[in-house]
Design a protein around this ligand. Sequence first.
Ligand code: SPV
Ligand code: MN
Length: 627
Amino acid sequence: MMEDKREMERLKSRLGAESYKKLIRIDNPELHHFIAKYVELCNPDMVFVSTDSPQDIQYIRTEAIRAAEEHELAVAGHTVHFDGYYDQARDKSNTKFLLPQGVNLGTGMNAMDREEGLKEIHDIMRDIMRGHQLYVRFFCLGPLKSEFSITAVQLTDSGYVAHSEDLLYRQGYEEFVRLGQSARYFKFVHSAGELDDRKTSMNIDKRRIYIDLESETVYSANTQYGGNTIGLKKLAMRTAINRASREGWLNEHMFIMGVHGPSNRVTYFTGAFPSLCGKTSTSMLPGETIVGDDIAYLRQKNGRIRAVNPERGIFGIIRGVNSIDDPSIWAILHSPGEIIFSNVLVTAEETPYWLGSNEDPPQKGINHSGEWQHGKKDADGNDITPSHPNARFTLDMHLLNNLDPNIDNPDGVVIDGIIYGGRDSDTKVPVEQSFNWVHGVITMGAALESETTAATLGKEGERKLNPMSNLDFLSIPIAKYIENHLAFGHITNPPCIFSVNYFLRDTAGNFTNAKIDKAAWLKWMELRTHQEVEAIETPTGLIPKYDDLKRLFREVLNKDYTREEYIKQFTVRVAENLAKLERVEQFYRTKVPDTPAIVFTVFEEQRQRLIKAREEQGDYIEPDTHA
Ligand code: SPV
Ligand code: MN
């Protein structure tokens, strides 16, 4: 691409000598043009190009505070940020793919005509940064100098977004300099838009998140909530899933963790869980090591699957973090270090308080609704909770003491186990292994259901199908996505696939497990990947033997695990499993054109196994009685 001289002159005058010099160290005319285009369109008062130097990083953090998008708290390094009262979560209805004529992602995908969408978002973004400073930042999704990784440029007029990304992503300026014109980067343009006196986005009616797959560019306007604005998180998921599908790898909504087995062996697992189903807390279990809590890039290499975490930080749900269930994360959240709290309550002592913490709830403070006191109601007459249920903490994982040493390994880690988990009160046993890759992909991944919680809009306890917990982010048709998964296992050593369910209840409605029991399930799965424990074959998969769990509960949790608990938890509930099959199959038959035929074959085989078992043993089959 020829550099347009006049455009570059204009850009130089907008950026100022120093930022301009930083930018042109990157030899990439297309990138220069992209930045010039959005500086002219969005028209910020100032532009700051960051090279990731300590001074530049410090500048962004200071500016976020100076512009009152963040406020300092009592503990050194802690700040708080508030999103607007109606801007507290991912806005699914205004998040759309811009698709050219003739491209269709299938039912359930929110999409619109590309030309129309580009015009609309460019109209919305004209002069949108007037009065603001624009930050230009470069990142690398995944370890530096790795074939997994993707470079990305973020334009944002929010110091909070630019600062959050600093904690969550690997610095990429030098990577852009190194790659020059060969960089194949994602582009993100974000503006919080006009701000009110609390520095939150005002024009929520013009909130838009538009994804242009063709140019791998995402536009986000009139919003601040991280899931809508932090380009490298859920916005990059959309562009990366599409790119991955074209290139033959997978981008999953999965944690990556090292499970520590006998004799210092470390076995790596990924795990996909919908929001609020225990994903972060599993990846942070004491005694194990974390590579990532949210997103994984997976590639086949020499007959194995390897994975990297495109992120390096955590944007985690803070609700429910307490000193008893999560002592390590609790300690970090109360120690000096760089942490951004969002949408928590700030007390008179300038400390954060959140729902489900085991401190006494304050009677007043400042929260996402402004000045708050106990009993405050919103415009619709609803009680305002002290902190928002989706309040978050943002930190760099290097603050954790259980960070896995392979976090920055450019070759990733070898994955031996994949876990699918959902919130399921009445059907699936707490842990189960699939018979093989195809059975696991289809009956555990593609059939992943989860019950909605109070934290999401809509009726509580309603079951929703969420294939691989990735449905919200798919940028390819569901059938194609399932096909890609099936093909991905065609290697010498595919990982074992497991399902877990931390939420199974007994007939009286009580949970059959303690939260922390997942520590034992993980150790069992670790042993299974090395074929070091036997399993019992049931119609739906392979479950643990009592004696193995008894030993593991003693070793891992110092708990006495009774045969009664085991039977309650691992009894196969035939009718419920048949009903689940029915629901899931119905979904694929009616909503997913071109579902691979094997999906229905595998469902049918499972159904026949369940029916046969019921004829022989009844509706509830205790674990020790399988034929
Ligand atoms: C999730 O909801 O799955 C998250 C937070 O990880 S968000 O960034 O909003 O997607
Ligand atoms: Mn997530």
